[in-house]
Design a protein around this ligand. Structure first.
Ligand code: ATP
Ligand code: FE
Length: 337
């Protein structure tokens, strides 16, 4: 059975075809245009989606080596995300499903980040229920208890910035282009994580806060620059390594608290920041140190992609969980909705 997934919640236009739980194609058009503005410009994102959606979908179907008439259903991201961006994917999915007279399936983007773990590959581990998922992305930071595919509970989440924002805003302070998360990761590999220390925020056991850390980094860098105007240039690797170390320490502390509280030792990560090499290393070490079983997604299924939408669509298709054409995009949508 072939399902087409369409993702357009932010600045990546993506389409993917699955055959049951295997991925046949996962085409992603990144929008370079935002990097010079230091963040995603919603109006430009929406316009770029309109230009990309037809060729991206065509390419996904061609790469899967099928015709559109062979599709069983169309799954699309209903939310959360930027309204103008979501509307492009939503309207396109609706018209294609209507034209082909096949079911339309609305997908929650945050559930999809988690359910990407159920993509079947040759060598991957699939988490058993219940498991804990640390969702770390550009807009979210949550610890979710996953009791079943569509039975999720938020155990803790950020009270201010998301962890992806903490990476991107720190990178901006250092004069790095958007999105800065991957660049911090890159430079951190060459630096000393203990070079500088930043205080960890004090919030509830399972909650997160990153806005104070961002301010602390800003004041620290400004102060050092006044003393030595070449501070960032000379110490970039050490600064990045220290920022990354602090953020990953926070994430690991919270995961340990969640394991203690729930007794669940199957730990997955999801979302764009799960591409980060330090969090991946630390989770692998936790298998040995804490006897956890960890589930780390492949790189291409961490940041926004349509494969995760298609696999979620497939799981909903099995339940007959379809939408009708009156379904609308929703900019705000909880992982539990
Ligand atoms: P959401 O899913 O919450 O709606 P989003 O879709 O915009 O947000 P994702 O695409 O899942 O977010 O993740 C993007 C974020 O991941 C960006 O903040 C980016 O900097 C960050 N990121 C990507 N790779 C890395 C990395 N290697 N290290 C740290 N951060 C990273
Ligand atoms: Fe996302």
């Amino acid at each position: 059975m072939y399902i087409l997934g369409i993702e357009s919640s932010c600045d990546d236009t993506s389409a993917s075809v699955t055959c049951n739980s295997k991925i046949l194609s996962n085409v992603i058009a990144n929008q370079e245009i935002h990097s010079k503005y230091g963040g995603v410009v919603p109006e430009l994102a929406s316009r770029a989606h309109q230009q990309n959606i037809v060729p991206v979908v065509q390419q996904a179907i061609a790469q899967a080596n099928i015709t559109k008439e062979e599709l069983s259903a169309i799954a699309f991201t209903k939310g959360p995300g930027l309204m103008g961006s979501l509307l492009v994917g939503t309207s396109f999915a609706k018209s294609l499903a209507l034209g082909l007279q096949i079911p339309l399936i609305a997908v929650n983007h945050m559930q999809a980040h988690i359910l990407a773990h159920f993509i079947q590959e040759e060598d991957n581990k699939i988490p058993p229920f219940p498991f804990l998922c640390l969702t770390i992305s550009g807009g979210h930071t949550q610890i979710v208890k996953v009791a079943n595919y569509f039975e999720m509970e938020i155990l803790g989440e950020t009270i201010d910035d998301a962890v992806g924002e903490a990476f991107d805003k720190s990178a901006k302070i250092l004069g790095l282009p958007y999105p800065g998360g991957p660049l911090i990761d890159k430079y951190a590999k060459l630096g000393n994580p203990k070079a500088f220390t930043f205080t960890k925020p004090k919030v509830g056991d399972l909650d997160f806060s990153f806005s104070g850390l961002k301010t602390a980094i800003l004041y620290f860098v400004q102060k050092q620059q006044r003393i030595n105007p070449n501070f960032i240039k000379e110490k970039l690797n050490d600064i990045c390594a220290s920022i990354q170390f602090t953020i990953v320490e926070i994430l690991m502390d919270k995961l340990k608290n969640a394991v203690k509280k729930t007794g669940i030792k199957h730990i997955a990560i999801a979302g764009g920041v799960s591409a980060n090499s330090e969090i991946r290393n630390r989770l692998q070490l936790a298998e040995k140190h804490f006897n956890w079983t960890t589930y780390i997604p492949k790189f291409e299924y961490t940041t926004d992609n349509a494969a995760m939408i298609a696999i979620t669509g497939y799981l909903k298709y099995l339940d007959g969980n379809y939408s009708d054409v009156s379904v609308t995009a929703k900019a705000r949508l909880k992982v539990t909705e």
